[in-house]
Ligand binder design. Structure first.
Ligand code: ADA
Length: 552
């Protein structure tokens, strides 16, 4: 499955899922699944390094092809008939490559994949989640003309009692000639369009501003979605199309409140890693659906994509279920030394560019996050936070920004984001009263945030080993985890200054043995309220009892 709705009627598109031939650096060969992580193969459980995937395709008539890789972990170099096509770093954003003038017959796609740790990888490092190897998401083959629709952005806003939208269509002209064509849009029973002259060998944008009477707004847990169809017409022939799915909703801030369509919302949910049992980060669609159904059963209305952009099918599900999403760029726990890696700024910039360019239209995304628990207590770190917030605002002014800090009482960046968020593990890493620590934190935040802002407790929780029960409620028992989550939720439930809280975490996830083995039993982060196979721990029912008592 590529998306939860058909993206094309005219453009030919197919998924290149199935068996690809794989070889390690040492030349050992395997047949592996795409999508799939190579660690799923019993001989590659701990393989970290380079590997080559090969797949043959057959083209029936001369055409241009576009290959879209939804996620390759973590670095990919793509070749088509031994000709270099595209390079990409980062497992969590999509990328594509185009080959023009492909003749009919059999062709070979080769993808050199690398999940090793080195200075070349500033974001994928030994961490409290695992960097797998392979195709964590699927691959799509498309046949396109010399001119095609590259992307469409939809930005809704209310103007008094009318919904309006700014729509921007990116068209790429691959030929050496300028091409005139019509762009026609269908949305919510309305049709409109304009002619465009598309310059050779370039990407041009066509802008629209339209009003939409009689549409229903998208709201938390009350979603309304519309298909946005774009057609590219040369003369009387529609030569390309692109369909996306949008919602009419607007996000704003009023003092401490986060508003959707002018109504206050309270985000209550989970931090969720893309990781499942023996499948690693190649999480199947049915597990994504199960995760959301379990989070909803516990009363969640939100989810945080810790700590990287997520699979767009998961975001499609959030759009359909009316969940509120905090999506963030790829970063976890970098001290200043790591932030000074010569590749860090560029790799963060690319990730933010791709995250917003690819996920802009999802109504469920209501906040963009950056740099989880990085060096926000340093001046040099502040420069990077400032640069990344400015980058986000240059790409999207329709959503607020935030960052989850753990630099308590020393963070010097809280004046920068629209929403202040902090991670707090009272009761787990510190045996301290949650209420007492929370009050101190809130007073400090107000003293340094520059003005009253919405505040989110972006992480809290405790570890428990699935199945370990102890009537004394000792640490690592399911009972103790349930007690700590209860104490936290009881405090946050009563604090009207908060606009949200996310439990760390939804499910247990694998971590890198290097660096983390000493504090992570069985090389997992065991703070899930379900284990990596989605088996609920006792805390599941505590959340199910208390979340419904918290604001919507
Ligand atoms: C941090 C971090 C999470 C996880 C958590 C923990 O807050 O943001 O990724 O590592 O701590 O389990 O300690």
């Amino acid at each position: 499955m590529i998306r939860l709705f058909e993206q094309h009627i005219v453009r030919k598109q197919k998924e290149l899922e199935g068996i690809w031939h794989f070889a390690t650096e040492e030349g050992k060969s395997y047949n592996l699944s795409v999508p799939g992580c190579w660690e799923q193969h019993p001989e590659l459980l701990n393989y970290r390094g380079k590997g080559t995937y090969i797949r043959k395709i057959t083209i029936n008539q001369k055409t241009n092809i576009r290959l879209e890789f939804k996620g390759v972990s973590h670095t990919a170099d793509v070749f088509f008939d031994d000709k270099f096509v595209v390079h990409h770093y980062n497992a969590f954003t999509a990328f594509s490559g185009i080959v023009t003038g492909v003749v009919a017959g059999e062709h070979i796609i080769r993808v050199e994949v690398d999940n090793s740790f080195s200075e070349a990888s500033a974001l994928h490092v030994p961490n409290d989640y695992y960097t797998y190897g392979g195709f964590n998401r699927t691959v799509v083959l498309e046949e396109i003309n010399d001119i095609y629709i590259k992307n469409v952005h939809f930005e809704p806003y209310r103007d008094k009692d009318t919904w309006k939208a700014k729509i921007s269509v990116d068209v790429e002209n691959l030929s050496d000639e300028n091409i005139e064509a019509d762009i026609n849009i269908t949305l919510a029973d309305k049709k409109f369009g304009q002619k465009g002259m598309f310059e050779n060998n370039s990407v041009s944008s066509v802008e629209f501003a339209e009003s939409f009477e009689n549409v229903k707004e998208w709201f938390v847990l009350k979603p309304e979605l519309y298909l946005l169809g774009v057609e590219l017409k040369c003369g009387d022939t529609v030569i390309d199309d692109l369909i996306d799915r949008v919602g009419f909703r607007e996000v704003s801030i009023d003092g401490r409140k986060l508003l959707v369509n002018g109504k206050r919302v309270f985000l209550k949910g989970f931090n969720r890693h893309e990781d499942y049992g023996t499948l690693g980060s190649a999480v199947p669609f049915q597990v994504m659906l199960q995760d959301i159904q379990m989070m909803r059963e516990m009363g969640s209305n939100a989810v945080r994509t810790c700590h990287y952009p997520n699979d767009e099918r998961f975001l499609d599900l959030c759009d359909e279920q009316g969940l509120l999403v905090w999506e963030e760029n790829h970063a976890r726990g970098f001290d200043l030394e790591k932030m000074m890696n010569p590749n860090f700024d560029r790799q963060c910039k690319d990730c933010i560019d791709e995250m917003i360019y690819q996920h802009f239209n999802h109504p469920s995304i209501v906040i963009w996050g950056i740099l989880n628990e990085c060096a926000s207590e340093t001046e040099a770190g502040r420069e990077k936070y400032m640069m990344q917030y400015e980058q986000i605002k240059s790409l999207d002014t329709s959503r607020p920004t935030t960052s989850a800090t753990c630099r308590h009482f020393k963070d010097i960046c809280l004046d920068l984001p629209d929403v202040v968020s902090f991670n707090m593990y009272s009761g787990w890493y510190e045996d301290i009263s949650v209420k007492e620590k929370h009050e101190k934190e809130m007073i400090w935040i107000d003293s340094v945030a520059g003005k009253e802002k919405p505040v989110i407790v972006s992480e809290f929780g405790a570890a428990a080993m699935y199945g370990f029960r102890d009537r004394g409620h000792c640490k690592w028992s399911e009972e103790r985890q349930a007690d700590i989550i209860r104490e936290n939720l009881e405090v946050y439930k009563e604090d009207d200054r908060l606009t949200g809280t996310f439990i760390w975490q939804f499910a247990d996830c694998k971590v890198t043995e290097e660096k983390w083995f000493s504090t992570r039993v069985r090389c997992h982060n065991n703070k899930g309220v379900v284990d990596e196979y989605r088996r609920p721990k006792e805390a599941y029912d505590v959340v199910k009892e208390l979340f419904p008592m918290m604001g919507e």
